[in-house]
Design a protein around this ligand. Structure first.
Ligand SMILES: [Zn+2]
Length: 129
């Protein structure tokens, strides 16, 4: 048997893939760690009282449909707001942007709640009482 020329690059590829994977994992771990430590805020979206998604405060748009209504949520580095909704009350839209941990936007007709989550020590005062 001659030696297989294909073995070498395959092994090398696996090594590179492993290194990239490790790097990605390390970056991801560091990111979530620093996030937890600095109390990075995020928007917690709940539908029917059940948490469905956590959105970090970075530019993003999401649409949630429930109970026959559509709520369009926009997240920015500054906070989160309901851009538009087809609910009859429009309270969620009028709430505007919320950014402090503990603040929330409620759409009663759609039964969707967007709450700002952050560092535990930040939100205690606002939640108390
Ligand atoms: Zn609404």
């Amino acid at each position: 048997m001659k030696h297989e020329p294909k073995l070498k690059p395959t092994g090398w590829d696996a090594l590179v893939a492993a290194a990239v994977l490790l790097l990605a994992l390390a970056l991801g771990a560091r990111f979530s760690l620093s996030g937890a430590q600095s109390g990075a805020r995020c928007a917690v979206v709940s539908v029917e009282g059940v948490e469905v998604e956590r959105l970090p405060f970075a530019d993003a748009e999401r649409e949630y449909q429930n109970n026959g209504y559509t709520v369009h949520v926009r997240v920015t580095p500054d906070g989160v707001r309901v851009d538009r909704a087809d609910c009859p009350t429009q309270d969620c839209v009028r709430t505007g942007t919320v950014s402090r941990p503990g603040q929330s936007i409620v759409c009663l007709p759609a039964r969707i709640v967007v709450t700002v989550a952050g560092a535990a020590d930040e939100g205690v005062d606002a939640v108390a009482g």
